[in-house]
Design a protein around this ligand. Structure first.
Ligand code: NAD
Length: 352
């Protein structure tokens, strides 16, 4: 018999396709807005300036100081820019950092958001905001945080460097892997998760071989949308907890940490969620942990925490923090087993 489930779909409008970013003005109008503040990181400031120029009077300013982990002082500066420009909405052009800034603004003033997503991290389709103040990261979930419109244009991902494409793609897969065994999973999120991983598995080797392969770029972005959507719909478990612990405590890069940890956390949970994870294992030669590790290796992804400047002496503390505050996971969180998992990830060895 089918298990009971509940399903709340997030009410976002998705606009996907080659050249879709040409529709930004129509999407802003569709929200009843006419004065957009364009957001980006310093790295994508030129693209943001060009977008604002293309929008003409519809763009009333560019704020290109978005930073990793959404620092509150940057948000306050952006809020001041939003008010000074008399903006009535934001357009976030970029990855999770820029999208985080748009969400932080919307969380404070309920400004409608149009996102043009240029990485595979998935933040654009979640009602979740992580922000940092005085070195402390807090996470909030609120309907106001969910962007109203998300535009996916594969053309805008062609410039995403290959190493970042790979780690960002593995970061997306991590959302889907945890979604198939999530406590509050449902049949639709499972379909999306498996298809998302399938799409990224097929696309990433093509991007590594040729970063301008637009078919592979399109398939990867489609997979990233599916994986991000399940991240925003069901609860995450061990893998995300470990990555947040490592990222927050040792200031590690987001996507790389996910990429390294994924085969290990998947292998840890596989015995306890074998049936749920089988469709994913099938995508990687029958073994989810080892198969994903082989896949990551074939893409030249980082495999070892030691390469992210983690010290072996820190692993005990990481295991302590990751096992504090019990949370739901298909397999019980055992301190000794987590410490061993961290050792394998530190060394970059293949999970069995
Ligand atoms: P990012 O947004 O930090 O981008 C990394 C760098 O790549 C930036 O300099 C960016 O400008 C540049 N870049 C982005 N797209 C590019 C492109 N197409 N071409 C060239 N350069 C490009 O990285 P990310 O991995 O997308 O996001 C990480 C952040 O997002 C973290 O802070 C993470 O916590 C957050 N996040 C939040 C959620 C959520 O649901 N709240 C989900 C996933 C990630």
């Amino acid at each position: 018999m089918r298990s009971a489930f509940t399903f709340n779909a997030n009410p976002a409008r998705i606009v996907f396709g080659l050249g879709a970013s040409a529709n930004v003005a129509a999407e802003v109008s569709g929200l009843g807005c006419s004065r957009a503040l364009v957001l980006s990181t310093p790295f994508q400031a030129e693209d943001a300036g060009k977008l604002a120029a293309d929008l003409g009077a519809m763009a009333v300013g560019v704020f290109s100081e978005a930073a990793m982990h959404t620092p509150v002082d940057v948000t306050e500066k952006a809020m001041a820019a939003f008010e000074a420009a008399g903006a009535d909405c934001v357009i976030a052009l970029g990855g999770g950092s820029t999208i985080g800034l748009g969400k932080a603004i919307a969380y404070r003033n309920d400004a409608p958001q149009v996102v043009i997503a240029t990485t595979y991290a998935g933040s654009e389709v979640t009602p979740i905001l992580g922000q940092t103040e005085n070195g402390l990261k807090t996470t909030v979930r609120d309907a106001k945080i969910l962007p109203e419109v998300v535009i996916y244009d594969p053309n805008l991902t062609v410039g995403l460097p290959v190493p970042m494409s790979v780690t960002s793609g593995l970061n997306a897969m991590a959302h889907a892997v945890e979604a198939v065994y999530a406590e509050n999973r449902n049949p639709v999120t499972t379909l999306m998760a498996v298809e998302g991983v399938r799409a990224l598995r097929d696309a990433l080797p093509g991007i590594v071989a040729d970063p301008s392969n637009i078919e592979a770029r399109s398939e990867a972005l489609y997979g990233a949308w599916l994986c991000g959507t399940v991240l925003g719909t069901v609860g995450m478990a061990l893998h995300h907890k470990i990555c947040h612990t490592l990222g927050g405590t040792f200031d590690l890069p987001h996507a790389e940490t996910h990429a390294i940890m994924l085969p290990h956390s998947a292998a840890y949970n596989a015995p306890a969620a074998a049936r749920e994870m089988q469709p994913l294992a099938d995508l990687f030669g029958g073994s989810i942990g080892g198969g994903m590790w082989d896949f990551a290796k074939s893409l030249n992804a980082p495999l070892a925490l030691r390469d992210l400047q983690v010290q072996e002496a820190d692993l005990d503390r990481a295991a302590d923090i990751a096992t504090q505050n019990p949370y739901w996971n298909p397999r019980p969180i055992e301190r000794q087993a987590i410490r061993e998992l961290l050792q394998r990830a530190f060394e970059g060895s293949r999970p069995e």
